[in-house]
Design a binder for this molecule. Sequence first.
Ligand SMILES: CC(C)(COP(=O)(O)OP(=O)(O)OC[C@H]1O[C@@H](n2cnc3c(N)ncnc32)[C@H](O)[C@@H]1OP(=O)(O)O)[C@@H](O)C(=O)NCCC(=O)NCCS
Length: 166
Amino acid sequence: MIIRKEEPGDIALIRDLTERAFAPMPYSDGTEAPIIDALRRDGDLTLSLVAVDGGLIGHVAFSPVTIEGVRNWYGLGPISVELSRQKQGVGSALVAEGLARLRDIGATGCALIGRPAVYGPMGFRSNGQLSYRGVDPAIVQFITFGDEPTGALRFAPAFDKDTAGT
Ligand SMILES: CC(C)(COP(=O)(O)OP(=O)(O)OC[C@H]1O[C@@H](n2cnc3c(N)ncnc32)[C@H](O)[C@@H]1OP(=O)(O)O)[C@@H](O)C(=O)NCCC(=O)NCCS
């Protein structure tokens, strides 16, 4: 498996993969693939990584977020792994590579909305102080490379059509 930045030829495959991966998820409203396209269109797709093994089997998007009092934070999501390749470390590998690349461009933290069972093992945690639209603070998770985040988390405008970060 290799992990690399998205290329123009990946865009339709990322859309299809995202639709397939989220389709069975009860919390999905089908907006995840359009969010990635909107991020790209808006110039907010800071980092888009694909995992390739034979074909495209995983994808993760990172985009700028704002949190009062901190700078250079990014949001993780959407993230998708091909159904037949889930729970084999592909998602963790995409996230680890993404975080390393974010640090290289000066990121001081990364936040997401998601299940602690999935993101806890990847190093994310919640602190009860970072909030997002009244959702359970336990699913507002982050990795900080600097200050502890407090206050309201805001994702890029592409997410405003939805209520979920990942
Ligand atoms: C979420 C997703 C990207 C994770 O990718 P993955 O390749 O399966 O993740 P990994 O194999 O690296 O697993 C990371 C951790 O999450 C856990 N995990 C993965 N899927 C899980 C699930 N459905 N329920 C509980 N834990 C899960 C793994 O056990 C692992 O923890 P461990 O190291 O303690 O074993 C993938 O399941 C997916 O595409 N889901 C559908 C789309 C989606 O829901 N995206 C994110 C919404 S929060």
